[in-house]
Design a binder for this molecule. Structure first.
Ligand code: SF4
Length: 345
């Protein structure tokens, strides 16, 4: 595991700026209009992830202009962080339902997925990432936003002498080389180094935790920075949470009701084995919603990122199912792993 955390020049993470790039997306309005005509639709539901919600009204305006007056457009106001998080209420009550910004977790006629790829140029940061890579075997992974450039990225590395290893993960992933914040199965490749091209620090951290034997190089084209994943700080935070939960008597076991975030068997196993564990069902898992439960600690069987990224904001320790097993003494401390999520629904 590498302890290096080197920041290249031009790191924009702390400047509040990001590399300027064309922010015009293709909302694939033609596809939506076609579906409305085919189904003689009266209601169209649009769901955007949090970062793109502000685009919703103008997309609705464009559709209103193009569609007959009797078609009503509904914008989902529910929080949305992934393809696992479809607004099923809106989906059931609209004739055409469009989910923007994510690739399909499960193909279904009920949802039109519009992926919205990033237009940022990934090659300057890949060039910079070469300093951290050794020519030879390398794994390549990226997020849904950059998937449209994946083949080009692969060729770019091959042109520079690399043997690029890629694979499609499990059912939860749509594309070859794609990773999610909860699934890094596409990095199970035969190479000691992996290049992750994409933004954010959490995806590559999960990747490095899942593959501690690999050197994970992060080329972030939006913040213009190359780093090598360092899991030490993350591990300290997780061990801290486990330690704080070791004396807990009453446990709240969260079962998430979002369509792609339910892990029922894991939640039920915990309840079956522990009389002091209580099943709590909810869609959004927030500190405010858990505050009034008189629990000593929580186990989250929903989105693993809530536990690991937002965990410190909760008033009581919040653990992943694997960490719970350590806290109650069923597993040794060194079995701590990143919580990953497989399959769909
Ligand atoms: S469960 Fe969490 S990390 Fe996984 S796809 Fe959904 S929002 Fe992303």
């Amino acid at each position: 595991m590498s302890n290096k955390s080197e920041y290249s020049e031009g790191d924009l993470r702390k400047t509040g700026m990001a590399l300027k790039h064309d922010r015009e997306w293709d909302y694939e309005l033609d596809r939506i209009i076609e579906a409305v005509e085919e189904r003689d639709a009266e209601k169209v539901g649009l769901q955007f992830p949090e970062g793109l919600k502000r685009r919703g009204p103008s997309v609705a305006d464009d559709l209103r202009e193009l569609l007959p007056d009797d078609v009503t457009i509904l914008l989902s106001g529910q929080p949305c962080y992934g393809a696992c998080d479809l607004d099923t209420y809106l989906m059931k009550r609209t004739d055409v339902f469009v989910h923007f910004g994510h690739s399909p977790m499960k193909n279904t006629d009920k949802v039109i997925y519009v992926p919205l790829f990033s237009n940022v140029d990934v090659f300057p940061i890949m060039e910079e990432s070469l300093e951290e890579l050794e020519v030879g075997d390398v794994g390549l992974v990226t997020t849904a936003q950059h998937m449209n450039r994946f083949e080009e990225m692969k060729e770019w590395l091959e042109d520079r002498g690399f043997t690029v290893h890629t694979r499609k993960g499990d059912d939860r992933l749509t594309h070859e080389g794609q990773v999610l914040g909860c699934n890094y199965a596409s990095a199970d490749i035969d190479a000691d180094q992996v290049l992750y091209v994409g933004g954010g620090k959490f995806h590559p951290l999960g990747l490095a935790m899942e593959h501690p034997d690999k050197n994970v190089v992060i080329g972030d084209p939006v913040n213009n920075v190359v780093t090598v994943a360092d899991t030490d700080k993350f591990l300290k935070q997780r061990y801290g949470a486990v330690h704080r939960a070791m004396d807990a008597e009453k446990w709240g076991v969260i079962f998430c009701t979002k369509i792609g975030q339910g892990r029922w068997e894991i939640a039920q196993d915990i309840i079956d084995e522990n009389d002091d564990a209580y099943l709590i069902t909810m869609d959004e898992v927030t500190p405010g919603r858990l505050r009034n439960f008189n629990m000593d600690a929580f186990v989250n069987t929903g989105c693993p990122r809530i536990t690991t990224d937002d965990g410190p904001q909760f008033h009581k320790p919040m653990l992943t199912p694997g960490e719970y097993e350590i806290a109650i003494g069923n597993e040794p401390l060194d079995s701590l792993e990143f919580d990953t999520f497989h399959g769909t629904w």
